[in-house]
Design a protein around this ligand. Sequence first.
Ligand code: AMP
Length: 433
Amino acid sequence: MTFKDLGIALPILKAIEEQGYTNPTPIQEQAIPILLNKKDLLGVAQTGTGKTAAFSIPIIHHLHNNPEQTKGKRRIRTLIVTPTRELAIQIADNFTAYSKYTHVKNTVIFGGVKQQRQVNALRNGVDALIATPGRLLDLMNQNIISLRDIEFVVLDEADQMLDMGFIHDIKKIIAKLPKQRQSLFFSATMPTSIVELSKTLLGAFERVTIKPQQATAEKVDQGLFFVSKLNKPKLLVHLINERPSDSVLVFSRTKHGANKIVKKLSQADIKSAAIHGNKSQTARQKALGDFKDGKLRVLIATDIAARGIDVEDLSLVINYDLPNVPETYVHRIGRTGRASASGIALSFCDREERPYLKDIEKLIKQQVPRMPEHQFTDGDDEPAAEEEKRPQQRPNPNRSRNNNRNRNRNRSGNSNNRSANNRNNSSRPRRDD
Ligand code: AMP
């Protein structure tokens, strides 16, 4: 299937082609026809699947085919609500790219910066508004934004919005929407609270599910190191130094932990920066910009700050801490192995994190492949008793499954040699070797 087969307006097809997309991703193939048909949609999918284009393209198509009839200032006809500033900016960038050859205009608003520039952009008139919930409500309360002309509404990353405590804001926003509208609801997971919330937004809807397991198993080579808390910094330095040409995204469960990792890396002469909620918007944008441009090779992020970060050529994700919510693992490793690339995700697991590992493996329905012994061991690194009793299933995370992967492997060094080096360096064999 091609984008042309989907019946998208020509100026949008031209812009998609310019983006270098040749074929629709599964979510685009399934969601675009539903949305072109003006139906409501429940999309169960995470970032990395191409969902931004899946919802933006049909909306731009409708706005392009039914341009504003009244003279004067444009009305806000589309609202896209997303939890973080980074995600909002990214959606706006994509929306702008896909609408480049149409007359559709958009703007983006988010908190943490002065509102005046955003207000000016709104006063000039836009067809589509991309917003984080707090700033949106704020400007609605000041009567700068009205939702009365909304025809298309997208609630993106709904589970993340709930995790971040936006439920009341979201309900207030939904209450202000006109009854007559097309609604789209996206969430990576569907716990009961999200199902309930989706009912308040959607009318009769169609559902598209892109399973996280597909994203996990097919495109990302995973590996797991048992390592004590104390030895995590050393192993991290070792892994980063082993791959001098790779850009590395390191996940930390806490903001404090993220800052500590930056310090430890700096002691080993590795330059890095952390992005998390306590950093200013300017600092976050600068770190992310430098990382995307390749000026900064290592970025440390908390889950909320990193959600949806879209970096081309991100070859390695390291889970310095395992997440306590198993779905988060899937989100994290989805930062690498995006729509057209493949990647590697390595995780550290200390003794206290073993229950998290169990939950993750239950969710992804596979064992995260165990990496060979490393040299940074102490008495606390041994696999748990139940780990030892497991059958000796040792899938090789470095196995090449396709050409794309081979390319990636070459970029990141020879993994077999790497394993061998690790073995040579190790002070003693693993118990399950
Ligand atoms: P998203 O899930 O929307 O964050 O998209 C993930 C990445 O996939 C972004 O970098 C998009 O530019 C890219 N992408 C989206 N659709 C396609 C496509 N059909 N072909 C190739 N890349 C795509």
